[in-house]
Design a protein around this ligand. Structure first.
Ligand code: NAD
Length: 494
């Protein structure tokens, strides 16, 4: 069968399974999905070994950012999600004869397109939230980490889900495009800005709603009164954990000029002390080398200073690299996402300058501010455009805190996953409005026929609902009563 036929079939069977799944109460769906957390803990060694083998990250990172983050997310979703999905009565004070119920209905089939850098926790978080909300899922893992993507099938195997509720489709960007052409009801995309644009373009043709989780050049701002030891460790970890292959990596270090030398010196010493084999992991996607080489060549051409690193310490590991110098603000290493263990340093004089430098580049997923004066740090933090700003910490939540929404601004994307906000975004709201007992039996005054008395009724109603003064509202209520009575006398069939 041709690939497109397979994809069409995947959607057909997923739609049938979804109808069956959506009829299961959310609390029951949660009980079934929660079994996956136990499976993951029971098979932790196998899961971690698969991630380390295919992705190359350090075992401790596979444990913390993939396994632990995933089980925390599943458990939290299953415990707190059903309440958020429950239908709610919305009070209608001006229409007491009607009852409005707000329902959270699943979209249908959600397409998840995933990257390779957190090859389990990112797709798994999306898949579980979508399923809990009553959707079916088509999942396309990254072509660079297909085996880890396929683990999700094993993780779900004991949950007793309807057959074909989750369809795993492996492949590259071309397959991604075909999957979009298959008309999912919603797309959760995580990847680069360039690919995100293609996904949006294809989705626009239908149109299909999208949630875009993209990259960024996240900044860390170090104010002059920061704890230099804490902040320098944070800068090194924040820019180099997972080999720097993190959407929320510190890519830009903005440091106050008065502490620049002392601070950058510590950062360089700590970066140099990292052990590639135990701390950094390897470059997962070979094409990243092109980005590193281009950014380093550009830095050298501009005469910037490479304070440490700047070359490969093993065939598949870039040495921890710190770059600074006059004119860095125009360099690729500063302006573009490097997605490697590389840090670009720039200094500022006033807090306002740090904010301006942060805002000069579009987008922001996370940012951080370091200072011993939390009020001062909070004042700076409140002015930064980013989905999450940490004070005296870096990459503090990643996907590991399931309670918090996750997502960026500007070119780092839009839409939110995780938290109640992310779960609710996997539903579309629907209002069902019904008469309350005793509220039936007469036509509405705004129905036909139109006449002058009816206009008076509507004008009095507008004053009643729109006026800011209690006195005017009382007068409008009296007018409304009188005009409604006249209307009823005139048109007894109302
Ligand atoms: P990528 O954009 O190359 O690929 C992401 C996914 O899109 C892959 O599954 C890929 O096969 C698919 N794809 C590629 N071309 C496509 C097309 N034309 N149509 C449909 N799908 C297509 O990104 P990547 O290299 O896998 O991941 C790294 C990027 O992801 C970085 O920019 C990083 O910052 C970003 N990222 C963002 C977040 C976040 O939460 N915001 C998290 C992780 C990674």
């Amino acid at each position: 069968m041709a690939h497109d036929d397979v994809i069409t079939l995947r959607y057909q069977v997923a739609r049938r399974a979804q109808a069956q799944w959506a009829a299961v109460p959310a609390a029951q769906r949660a009980r079934q999905l929660a079994r996956a957390a136990d499976w993951m803990l029971d098979h932790a060694d196998e899961v971690i070994a698969t991630i380390v083998h295919e992705n190359g990250k350090r075992p401790v990172e596979a444990l913390g950012h993939e396994l632990s983050a995933s089980v925390a997310n599943i458990r939290w979703l299953c415990e707190h999600g059903p309440a958020a999905l429950r239908p709610q009565d919305v009070p209608l004070p001006l229409m007491p004869h009607r009852r409005a119920e707000l329902r959270r209905e699943p979209w249908g089939v959600v397409l998840v397109i995933a990257p390779w850098n957190f090859p389990l926790s990112i797709p798994l978080g999306h898949v579980f939230a979508a399923l809990l909300a009553g959707n079916a899922v088509i999942l396309k893992p990254s072509e660079i980490t297909p085996t880890i993507g396929a683990l999700i099938d094993d993780i779900l195997a004991d949950c007793g889900l309807p057959a074909n509720l989750v369809g795993l489709v492996q492949g590259d960007g071309k397959v991604g495009q075909r999957l979009i052409a298959g008309r999912p009801d919603k797309i959760l995309f995580t990847g680069s800005l360039a690919t995100g644009r293609k996904v949006m373009e294809a989705a626009a043709a239908v149109p299909i709603p999208v949630c875009m989780e993209l990259g960024g050049v996240d900044a860390m701002i170090v104010l002059p009164d920061a704890d230099l030891d804490l902040a320098s460790s944070a800068a090194v970890w924040g820019s180099m954990f997972n080999g720097g292959q993190v959407c929320a990596s510190v890519e830009r270090l903005l440091v106050h000029e008065s502490i620049r030398e002392a601070f950058v010196g510590r950062v360089v010493d700590k970066a140099r002390s990292l052990e590639p084999a135990t701390d950094l992991g390897r470059i997962t996607a070979p094409r990243q080398r092109d980005v590193y080489d281009r950014h380093l060549a550009d830095a050298r051409e501009r005469g910037l200073t490479i304070r440490c690193g700047g070359d490969y310490c093993t065939p598949d590991t870039l040495a921890p690299t710190v770059v600074e110098g006059e004119g860095i603000e125009d360099a690729a290493v500063y302006r573009e996402e490097t997605f490697g263990p590389m840090l670009a340093v720039r200094s500022f004089r006033r807090d306002d300058d740090a904010v301006r430098m942060h805002e000069e580049l579009d987008g922001g997923l996370t940012a951080s501010v370091f200072s011993r004066n939390e009020a001062r740090a909070a004042a700076v933090a409140s002015r930064l455009s980013a989905g999450l700003v940490s004070i005296n910490d870096v990459a503090a939540t990643l996907h590991a805190l399931p309670q918090l929404p996750w997502g960026g601004v500007g070119s780092s994307g839009f839409g939110r996953s995780h938290g109640i906000e992310g779960l609710v975004a996997l539903t579309r709201s629907k209002v069902v409005d019904t008469p309350r007992a005793g509220g039936l039996g007469f036509k509405r005054p705004w129905w036909f026929p139109y006449d002058a008395t009816q206009r008076e009724v509507i004008a009095a109603h507008a004053r009643l609902v729109g006026s800011g003064s209690l006195r005017k509202r009382a007068r409008a209520a009296a007018d409304l009563g009188r005009s409604t009575l006249r209307l009823l006398l005139r048109h007894p069939r109302l």
